[in-house]
Design a protein around this ligand. Structure first.
Ligand code: NAG
Ligand code: NAG
Ligand code: NAG
Ligand code: NAG
Length: 501
């Protein structure tokens, strides 16, 4: 198998709806879709719910299939060309159309007369095996089953209107995934290298950890430093108030942000961190949603920073810098007024009811909300990332989460299979192939790898249908990806896959 890893990252789950209480890797990651409407009809394949009828982990077994959606573009396809399989990850397949239209799949299809297809992950979009997501019904949501879908699909897919049999391994299938889907791409290639010819894993976490404070490291390092040091100093003071149980001071602090109704200190901490984001939950664009192409990017993070460090703020705002000095040995909270002023203008309006502690606003302590067993990406993602949060159940005790499964892999597994593309300003870099502290990586034709200078979460997946006009570092990454795939395809005739499953 041929495998290429690009580190551009995971983006968050969250849709703009606060109701979706988690934003993990990629749920809001396709900025193009905010501007383009869908152009591909949905096809479905009858996918076995349980690929492992003899594995006790999935008992009691079910024998049925579910309708799994896929979307394809054959406009560049010529007989003999490869199939590019875009792994949708933790979001609906319809959120990934830009990859076929202008992004990495379009780039590769055009360069090689390929056909591009998006597969929607099980338990996302409209590809749910069951009508609800009770923990029993979630037991088939594992990396093992998800990557088995990819292999089964490659062996059985049909493309209405396209002549010929394009199944794997007779046709070269090359996967692409960014973020969580990048991890799934890497594991698909490792497990099904006899069926799948190649893969590109971009910003692919290849190990998992909980918690993941390193998410903030690239922001600390590459964010505007006056902003970063102001926020750090404020956070240190908040920690001091919390550690020393200064309840009265904490209530004053909450009131400065307009959040006195928010009861739990953890919810308060999460909420005032919204302008920066975090590994799980935030409602608006921030660092992770930056993009190299201005029209796909969002300035929110930099607006936040320039507000925090505004040297022309009115006295009514800067007065708050001294409001809590009495609790911190007379030391002012530099730029607290600016921070709170920005927060109140940009985030309080997300809760028009003013009931900040409610689930529909910023409160996360409502057990009945989390117990809701309706199908939805938030619940699927949460199940995937942390089984324990959902409470005890049969399924949870027998089904390792994605994170557990990934962490079972030695951290350096990727080295033996393929390579990754990683992007150094990506908050998820710390879990990727090029994580700080890992050995110097060496690239080869079969197992290439690339740390794209200055880039963020799977930035190579975006394109503008004009490679010469791209910024140099992205342009060179795209040219390198094209060349790498072309080299792989030249070796296809000598590739000797097994017989598959
Ligand atoms: C969930 O779906 C199962 C079938 O998969 C059904 O037996 C059960 O009653 C449903 N539960 C709820 C709470 O709707
Ligand atoms: C495509 O080819 C494979 C392998 O030769 C075969 O198993 C499969 O039945 C074929 N599919 C169709 C639709 O002809
Ligand atoms: C503050 O942020 C807003 C956007 O929310 C932006 O329009 C404005 O220019 C920023 N102000 C400063 C001083 O940077
Ligand atoms: C708690 O969650 C339930 C279920 O989603 C919802 O109906 C209820 O309004 C929520 N309560 C609060 C205070 O947010």
């Amino acid at each position: 198998m041929r495998f290429l890893s690009v580190l551009a990252g995971f983006v968050g789950l969250a849709s703009a709806m606060l109701k979706v209480k988690h934003r993990g890797l990629d749920q809001q990651s396709d900025p193009l879709n905010r501007r383009e409407s869908a152009a591909y009809p949905a096809n479905t394949i009858d996918m076995p719910i349980d690929h492992f009828p003899h594995n006790p982990r999935y008992a009691p077994h079910v024998t049925g299939t579910f309708k799994q959606r896929y979307f394809f573009d054959s406009s560049y396809y010529k007989p003999g060309g490869p199939v590019y399989l875009y792994i949708s990850g933790e979001t609906s397949g319809t959120n990934r159309f830009s990859n076929l239209q202008t992004g990495i799949i379009q780039i590769l299809m055009e360069a090689t007369n390929g056909l591009g297809v998006i597969i929607e992950d099980r338990y996302y979009g409209k590809s749910y095996p069951f009508a609800n997501s009770t923990t029993d019904n979630l037991r088939y949501l594992t990396t093992e089953q998800t990557i088995a879908d990819n292999a089964y699909f490659a062996q059985h897919a049909t493309f209405p209107g396209v002549e010929g049999n394009l199944t794997a391994p007779g046709t070269p299938w090359i996967l692409y995934g960014g973020s969580l889907a990048g991890g799934e791409t890497a594991f698909s290639l490792k497990e099904y290298g006899d069926i799948l010819f190649g893969g590109i894993a971009s910003s692919a976490p290849v190990k998992t950890v909980l918690p993941y404070p390193e998410w903030y490291d690239p922001i600390q390092k590459y964010g505007p430093q006056d902003c970063i040091s102001s926020v750090n100093a404020i956070v240190e003071k908040i920690d001091y108030l919390v550690d020393s149980h200064k309840e009265e001071a904490i209530n004053e602090l909450k009131a400065i942000f307009g959040l006195e109704k928010l009861k739990d200190i953890r919810d308060f901490a999460m909420t005032i961190a919204f302008p920066i984001g975090g590994p799980m939950n935030y409602p608006k664009d921030t660092w992770q949603e930056l993009n190299w192409y201005p029209a796909y990017s969002a300035p929110d993070f930099f607006d936040f920073c320039s507000n925090v460090t505004n040297i022309n703020a009115p006295a009514s705002v800067t007065a708050f810098d001294n409001a809590l000095a009495k609790y911190t040995h007379g030391k002012p909270w530099v730029n607290l007024g600016n921070y709170a002023d920005f927060f109140k203008k940009a985030f309080l309006p997300l809760c028009p009811s003013g009931d900040y502690d409610s689930t529909s606003c910023f409160g996360t302590q409502n057990a009945s909300f989390w117990a809701d067993e309706s199908n939805g990406p938030g619940r699927s993602y949460l199940y995937t990332s942390n089984n324990g949060v959902l409470g005890p159940s049969h399924a949870e005790s027998t089904t390792p989460s994605l994170e557990l499964q990934i962490s079972e892999q030695p951290t350096n597994t990727a080295a033996s299979i393929s390579k990754l593309i990683d992007l150094p300003i990506d908050p998820w870099l710390g879990l990727c192939y090029h994580a700080p502290g890992t050995p110097v990586r060496e690239s080869s034709d079969l197992n290439p790898e690339y740390l794209i200078a200055g880039a963020g979460h799977h930035w190579d997946s975006s394109g503008i249908k004009n490679i010469p006009a791209e910024p140099l570092f992205i342009q060179q990454a795209h040219l390198w990806e094209i060349k790498t795939v072309q080299k792989w395809l030249r070796t296809f005739k000598d590739w000797k896959p097994g017989h598959g499953k």
